[in-house]
Design a protein around this ligand. Structure first.
Ligand code: JD8
Length: 372
């Protein structure tokens, strides 16, 4: 992958000479070029900024130096072709930079980054790049806080993208269970010594029981995500004020009511027994139980019950949401989710399909992408 960065502070990008990125450059996996915007000025003061039209505080970066710098970068295509870099311009008003966007950019052969300073870059430069240079321009933001310029953002974005380029990270396996890779935060990690200042390592991690370790790690990921980033667990608008948690014995009487209202007929005893053989996720809003879904692992299959919702709940979005939670609860080793609902309503059919389930020999089956 080729990466070009334009900045008035090129030394700000020197961290890209270090560590994994530096090694990847030596190994020829990354071809990084940093350009000084002032090299594309022609006046004695190497001026890159001027006062804003319409007044206001601060200065704006002039269009001409940027146009010449981007033309210079675009002309670096080797051999000279019409190929163009994808241009990424950090800005506080940009689209959020995410792991998904990092994966998308990591698939590009050539990225260019424009580091703004002052109040930002003259808006006509974005139009010029798109229309005259024929470059795909993405304005992205690192987060909802204000930096003094784009360099820090470019350092973060280049690191997040470059480490996904094959060969840059030695053991690609370690990329799989990372935070934001599959929508869950990471599990707690420990190393020697076993006892440290009176604190010990969780026994399960010393057990050698890989299935138990995978189960524990996954529960830790879910618990951390629910605690620190509930927005990740409940992407849909439903989730904003709905809390999802695993059922405990105290929830069973209320759960029984909801299941009966949804036409199911378990007994309190059967629900109590099921607590030991699977996990039931409960969705509550303001403490009121709105719905539930149950999962039970059997080898590489996770059996999922059809979500049960309180009858007065409009729409099926909460069902979709509970199916997402069920899917996220699948520990590594689970290859497919199987849901048993032979005669679903049209709405439920749409929900299953949107959740990735397909009708397969009388059941609804969802193959987990990590095994596709
Ligand atoms: C590029 C100039 C400074 C921004 C006046 C402060 C990204 N998440 C982020 N926060 N801030 C930036 C960012 C800030 C930048 C530039 C990115 C170029 N500034 C400006 C507008 C208000 N000053 C960013 N990514």
């Amino acid at each position: 992958m080729r990466i070009d960065v334009v900045s008035i502070f090129p030394d700000y990008l020197s961290p890209l000479d270090l560590s994994l990125i530096g090694k990847a450059r030596q190994d020829g996996l990354l071809d990084v070029h940093v350009h000084d915007l002032r090299d594309f000025t022609h006046d004695r003061h190497r001026t890159v900024d001027d006062t804003p039209y319409g007044g206001g505080a601060g200065m704006v970066m002039k269009p001409q130096p940027w146009a010449e710098a981007l033309e210079h970068v675009a002309a670096q295509a080797d051999p000279p072709t019409t190929k163009r870099p994808r241009l990424v311009v950090p800005g506080p008003g940009g689209a959020p930079f995410t792991q998904a966007l990092a994966r998308e950019l990591a698939a590009e052969p050539w990225l260019a980054f424009a580091c703004g300073r002052y109040e930002g870059i003259d808006e006509r430069v974005y139009e010029f790049a798109r229309e005259d240079l024929g470059v795909d321009v993405s304005v992205v933001s690192l987060g909802d806080y204000v930096l003094n310029g784009g360099e820090v953002a470019v350092l973060a974005i280049v690191e997040a993208v470059a480490r996904l380029v094959p060969g840059v990270i030695g053991n690609a396996e370690s990329l799989v269970e990372e935070s934001h890779e599959d929508g869950l935060l990471e599990y707690p990690i420990y190393t020697k010594p076993r006892e440290w200042r009176g604190r010990s390592v969780p026994e399960v991690l010393l057990s050698g029981n890989h299935a138990a370790i995978a189960q524990w790690r996954h529960e830790q990921r879910l618990a951390r995500t629910a605690a620190r980033r509930p927005d990740l667990l409940h992407p849909s608008s439903v989730g904003q004020d709905v809390d999802v948690a695993t059922a405990v014995s105290g929830d069973l009487p209320e759960l029984l009511t909801v299941l009966h209202a949804a036409g199911r007929g378990p007994t309190l005893e059967s629900l109590r027994a099921e607590l030991d053989t699977g996990t039931t996720w409960l969705a509550r809003r303001g403490g009121r139980l709105l719905g539930a879904v149950r999962v039970e692992a059997d080898g590489e299959t996770l059996h999922v019950t059809a979500p049960a919702l309180v009858p007065d709940l409009a729409g099926d979005e909460l069902a979709r949401h509970l199916l997402d939670v069920a899917a996220q609860s699948a520990v590594s080793g689970i290859r497919q989710l199987v849901l048993d609902d032979p005669r679903p309503t049209d709405a439920r059919t749409r929900t299953y399909r949107r959740a990735g389930y397909r009708p397969t020999s009388g059941y609804w089956v969802k193959r987990l992408s990590r095994y596709e």
